[in-house]
Ligand binder design. Structure first.
Ligand code: G3P
Length: 219
């Protein structure tokens, strides 16, 4: 499963990219607004730092507008992916953009049938929002399994990009359900590394190491 970082924060993208386990970046208008910076400059910096798929969201609500924005986003960089909301006009635009070889990430997906429609329109990625579903008493992990089954039944190549992730359990569920990608905030990526027994074990080993006579190997 690929891992994307879900932010437009340049410091976080730079740090996470240096870890060597990040494959791409997803942004949305909320992330861009949170930077308080010029949109074009932020995008240019992200493209410089991260060499992987970078989703940039369109903001028009009609197909013509989304296609126009999508072409501009795609022209920015070879790694650009156009994020499009899962509405009728959005999927009309996805059909046109995918016909032009422009990669798309269909966002705000909350049902398996929405994901089915996105695949039919030729989406490169579908983004089911896991935590927002969990928050209203549904199960985001189940949504991923159902999408996986539909895509496998019919051989759709659209990649499942598990989005809106807020805890490690959701990352595990995404991986077990066969998501192709999981995107998450910086603090979630950090949390994936952590386990209290790892910290305890490391402390114990290093304490014991002090009892070992000095070695040339580590001096
Ligand atoms: O990619 C999804 C993300 O951008 C928005 O989800 O719920 O984390 O705000 P959320």
């Amino acid at each position: 499963m690929q891992l994307f970082i879900d932010t437009a924060n340049i410091d976080q993208i730079r740090t996470a990219w240096s870890w060597g386990i990040i494959d791409g970046v997803t942004t949305n208008p909320t992330h861009i607004a949170a930077t308080g910076r010029d949109f074009d400059e932020v995008l240019a910096e992200i493209f410089r730092i991260a060499d992987g798929p970078i989703s940039v969201e369109s903001v028009s609500l009609d197909a013509d507008g989304i296609v126009r924005e999508g072409r501009r986003i795609a022209a920015l960089h070879k790694n650009a992916v156009v994020k499009v909301p899962i509405i009728v006009e959005g999927l009309k635009a996805v059909k046109i953009l995918s016909g032009e070889g422009i990669r798309t990430n269909v966002t705000l997906c909350f049902s398996p049938l929405q994901a089915f429609l996105a695949a039919k329109a030729g989406a490169t990625y579908i983004s089911p929002f896991i935590h927002r579903l969990d928050m209203v008493g549904h199960q985001g992990g189940e949504l991923i399994s159902e999408i996986r089954q539909i895509y496998d039944n019919y051989g759709y190549q659209t990649k499942i990009l598990a989005a809106s992730i807020r805890n490690c359990r959701q990352v595990l569920d995404a991986a077990l359900a066969g998501a192709d990608v999981a995107t998450m905030p910086f603090d979630m990526l950090e949390a994936l590394y952590q386990h209290p027994l790892t910290a305890d074990g490391l402390r114990m080993f290093l304490n014991d190491w002090r009892k070992v006579p000095p070695s040339k190997l580590f001096s």
